[in-house]
Design a binder for this molecule. Structure first.
Ligand SMILES: CC(C)(COP(=O)(O)OP(=O)(O)OC[C@H]1O[C@@H](n2cnc3c(N)ncnc32)[C@H](O)[C@@H]1OP(=O)(O)O)[C@@H](O)C(=O)NCCC(=O)NCCS
Length: 330
């Protein structure tokens, strides 16, 4: 029996897709009983983007994927696996990944990961292990959501938070380690805190599968539990917090990010992702979108050491240290 794979892996390229349509808090408040000031104070969100009518999850995923492949210099035909992390693919079957692979011109093994807002970091870990195990030369990971379709626009706890977008990376072998070991887990005893299930009681044709969230519970859990996970991910990579250049937590809301960074006592030199202000919470797409925003603004650069950490429905969480990859269009 043989097992052959490279000893190290890295993210070879990253590409994103942000829908054109910018939605302000004032526009949200045309339907929602809230205000721009309340939303900014409680979540940090100033605006977010929604997909256009007729712009599908797969349309967004395909653009991000093509950009990631181009910057990585990898041909779609050479992909060994395609993994899509999403909670907003409209069909249970088939998964989004095989359809995406076909669009890209790939016949790779393809499957979806459902881990809510933590999906991208789960999929990244699986991708790295697939490459290291010799099961795929290159793996495409796409985090993509079209949450605007799955929200009740009158729900004060969710309507201003969630948004649309896509981020993709190509993972492959590398001379130097560029993806650290994952720190991950779940707490299913809190599975009721964030849900997306059929409303059997009030069959709503337009929004049959809405996201519901006990926001205060999320706030009580994430900034504290994720500090331990962050320390664990850094230790597993053989590093300390002082070795970090960049911190990219899931862009849930700015108050969670800032409380988490405070709890971690991050050195002041570490740049912190704040893409939630312009992008809202794009769930499985938020981490790659936030990386792209930081590289575009100059807060992060290729080769920087970054701690990623994602958390959400499940409750599920995953984090790892990575080297910032080349980013398409920057
Ligand atoms: C959703 C969230 C912003 C709500 O903030 P909160 O401070 O917990 O809000 P509460 O539900 O306790 O309500 C506080 C007050 O604001 C009011 N309020 C709630 N939602 C409101 C809204 N959208 N607009 C205006 N007022 C609102 C409530 O009525 C309440 O008023 P009262 O004090 O007069 O009774 C907050 O819980 C949060 O950020 N949670 C984390 C959610 C998240 O990031 N999820 C991502 C999952 S991956």
């Amino acid at each position: 029996m043989q097992q052959a794979g490279p000893s190290a892996t890295a993210i070879l390229g990253l590409g994103v897709y942000r829908p054109e349509r910018v939605v302000t808090n004032d526009e949200i408040c045309e339907v929602l009983d809230s205000s721009d000031e309340w939303i900014q104070t409680r979540s940090g969100i100033r605006s977010r983007r929604y997909a256009a009518d007729g712009e599908s999850l797969l349309d967004m995923a395909a653009v991000a994927a093509q950009r990631a492949l181009a910057v990585a210099g990898v041909d779609a035909a050479d992909l060994g696996t395609v993994i899509v992390a999403t909670s907003t693919h409209v069909q249970h079957t088939p998964a989004a990944a095989p359809v995406l692979a076909d669009r890209l011109g790939s016949r790779a093994a393809a499957f979806d990961v459902s881990a809510g807002c933590a999906g991208f970091c789960h999929a990244l870990s699986v991708a790295s292990d697939l490459v290291r195990g010799g099961n795929a030369r290159y793996v495409l990971v796409v985090g993509v959501e079209r949450l605007s379709t799955f929200m009740d626009p009158t729900d004060r706890g969710t309507a201003f938070i969630f948004a649309d977008g896509a981020g993709a990376v190509v993972v492959g072998g590398a001379d130097e380690p560029g993806i650290g070991p994952v720190a991950w887990g779940s707490d299913g005893s809190q599975s009721h805190v964030i849900t997306q299930s059929m409303r059997c009681d009030e069959l709503d044709a337009e929004h049959p599968l809405v996201v519901q969230m006990e926001g205060t519970q999320v706030f009580r859990w994430a900034p504290f539990a994720m500090a331990d996970v962050a320390r664990d991910a850094v230790a597993r990579a053989g590093l300390t917090l002082d070795d970090l250049d960049v911190f990219v937590p899931h862009q849930a809301n700015l108050r969670i990010t800032e409380t988490l960074a405070r709890n971690l006592k991050l050195p002041e030199s570490v740049a912190i992702a704040r893409d939630v202000q312009e992008s809202g919470n794009t769930s499985a797409a938020s981490v790659p979108l936030a990386i792209e925003a930081m590289v575009r603004s100059g807060e992060a650069k290729e080769g920087d050491t970054a701690l990623l950490i994602a958390f959400g429905a499940g409750l599920s969480y995953a984090g790892q240290v990575v080297a910032i990859p080349p980013v398409a269009g920057v």
